[in-house]
Design a protein around this ligand. Structure first.
Ligand SMILES: Cc1cc2nc3c(=O)[nH]c(=O)nc-3n(C[C@H](O)[C@H](O)[C@H](O)COP(=O)(O)OP(=O)(O)OC[C@H]3O[C@@H](n4cnc5c(N)ncnc54)[C@H](O)[C@@H]3O)c2cc1C
Length: 358
């Protein structure tokens, strides 16, 4: 729905038009709610991301009425771990994952939201909460429910008094895309001494390369110097985007709802980026939240949110342990190389094939 006359009242107001906000808007609209979504940016919104969608993300997207076709993304069959001397990979137990440029994913979600009839307000910023809705650039919009999808530094979370979490683990990431035919049929994670570089094929002629570490000063080119397997390939390729940074936060909140406010996506807590599960979590949460709003039972969303976070959070902790201890990393990598079926089993759990959360 697009109209020159702005609406002043709605059932659901979604603050933030990233993947989580758009997913929530779609799911709520599909259940018959009137939905307004606002974001200060203009689509398609880009963001530093590994751009990998695991198979569980694809099924979560299907629940939102979205199926990806290979014209806008690139399939990969599993995950490969590598260090200087070892390499081990495993295929997903069910189907492929997909690499997709963040802007392409945003475009697909935006189009679906428009088709569903979500009222989209770009270049519009929520400035505060009011007794019966939100303050959108000085204008009061009445809303029965407020969905906070305003990202990891959520202001709505603070305004609603939900900003209570133990100290977060922060890591720092930098990303670039290269014009290069993918050399790999997997999403690759190269374990360096103090960082990981991960590679996602996103098109037949493009790969996304991300470095992530605890050091805010470690840039991609410097990290690549110590990973010759990747450096030698990308050194000859043309970068098609400039380097862009982001902070990856591991954090959980005691509650994700209060009164008529519900948090979703990174605003509601997040797992380390290396898990590749952030988007999937947002999509799952969107469906659970819309169901909870339809039954006027936010407690159901609290429970579903907690359940959905459990497995990715555990996997994230495991990855952070490997990041911290080179001794453990070497032991685990050699064990997985010696017995790849363990890696297959772990990957199956990681994508929820043997531990369904909903
Ligand atoms: C380095 C890195 C790599 C990652 N790799 C992957 C990966 O490979 N696979 C995966 O699944 N996940 C990955 N993730 C996680 C994933 O990117 C996030 O989980 C996802 O972006 C969360 O989306 P979101 O909509 O919650 O937040 P965001 O994308 O941050 O969107 C928040 C939106 O809210 C808007 N906003 C903020 N304040 C206001 C306001 N006051 N009013 C209105 N709007 C507002 C912002 O403009 C923004 O558009 C990665 C994350 C990082 C940091």
């Amino acid at each position: 729905m697009s109209s020159s006359t702005h609406q002043h009242e709605t059932d659901v107001f979604v603050v933030g038009g990233g993947p989580a906000g758009l997913a929530a808007a779609i799911a709520c609209r599909d259940r018959g709610f009137r939905v307004i979504l606002a974001d200060p940016s203009v689509p398609p919104i880009d963001k530093t991301c590994g751009e990998g969608l695991m198979p569980d993300s694809l099924s979560a997207l299907t629940a939102l009425g979205i199926s990806l076709d290979e014209s806008r993304c690139f399939p990969f069959r599993g995950i490969r771990f590598l260090n200087r001397s070892r390499s081990v990979d495993a295929s997903f137990p069910t189907g492929n994952g997909f690499g997709i440029r963040r802007t392409a994913l945003h475009d697909i979600l935006t189009q679906r939201a428009l088709d569903a009839g979500v009222y989209l307000r770009w270049r519009a910023c929520v400035r505060g909460l009011s007794s019966d809705g939100v303050n959108l650039d000085g204008q009061n919009i009445k809303s029965r429910w407020i969905v906070a999808a305003d990202g990891q530094n959520s202001q709505v979370r603070r305004w609603a008094g939900l900003d209570t979490s133990p100290p977060a683990v922060r890591r720092f990431a930098f990303r670039k895309h290269y014009r290069l035919a993918p050399w790999t049929d997997c999403m690759e994670i190269h374990w360096g001494p103090t960082f990981q570089i991960y590679i996602t094929p996103v098109a037949a002629d493009e790969v996304c390369v991300v470095v992530i570490s605890r050091d805010p000063h470690l840039r991609l080119d410097e990290a690549l110097d110590s990973v010759p397997q990747v450096h030698d390939r990308v050194a000859r390729a043309v970068p098609v985007t400039t380097e862009r940074g982001a902070v990856s936060v591991t954090r959980r909140f005691r509650n994700v709802t209060k009164d008529n406010v519900a948090l979703i996506g990174d605003a509601s807590g997040s797992v380390d980026a290396i898990t590749g599960e952030g988007l999937c979590l947002s999509f799952r949460q969107a469906t659970a939240l819309a169901d909870a709003l339809a039954s006027e039972n936010l407690q159901a969303y609290e429970s579903a949110h907690r359940r959905a976070m459990r497995r990715p959070a555990l996997m994230g902790q495991g990855m952070l342990l490997l990041d911290r201890s080179s001794w453990l990393r070497n032991r685990i990598l050699s064990a997985l190389t010696y017995e790849p079926s363990i890696f297959s089993g772990l990957l199956a759990v990681h994508v929820g094939a043997s531990a369904h959360t909903r």
